[in-house]
Design a protein around this ligand. Sequence first.
Ligand code: PNS
Length: 160
Amino acid sequence: MKTSVAIYPGSFDPVTNGHLDLIERGEKMFDVLIVAVLRNAEKQPLFTVPERVDMLREVTKHLSSVRVEVFDGLLVDFARKQGAGVILRGIRAVSDYEYELQMALMNRKLEPRLETVFMIPGEPYSYLSAKLVREIAQFGAPLTGLVPPVVEERLRAKMS
Ligand code: PNS
């Protein structure tokens, strides 16, 4: 497994400036960064998977070594297929740690050759989440600085 290929998995419903900050940091560290959108049948997403992929591709188009893909099933299986050696995840606050630790250790149990690397997003994004963005958009409050402009447009269109 090449450690220079990393996977940044998530729901990205929708991609926020916090996600983008982490993608930009990860892109500097790894030869290839695969942003992997989970196709999760259980959740009730706001955006469809193709819509989320579309927005991610749009906001990462300036990053030549970033690819956006969709996966289902276990993340470790997807990582194996992609030849990735690293899972990249962001930790904003201590509250993220427990869930992230649990996932990282479970993924290690399933595939010991895969390492989880945690990165801290820029401070302005430490309180930002896709869930809060969806909530704010629902009530028509400004989203400036929270999501890329293209995502703001799509949120407005979705809510109108
Ligand atoms: O953005 P999210 O919703 O916090 O991302 C969670 C994600 C997609 C990373 C996680 O749910 C995942 O990896 N799901 C795939 C199924 C899997 O591998 N489960 C075991 C992980 S311990």
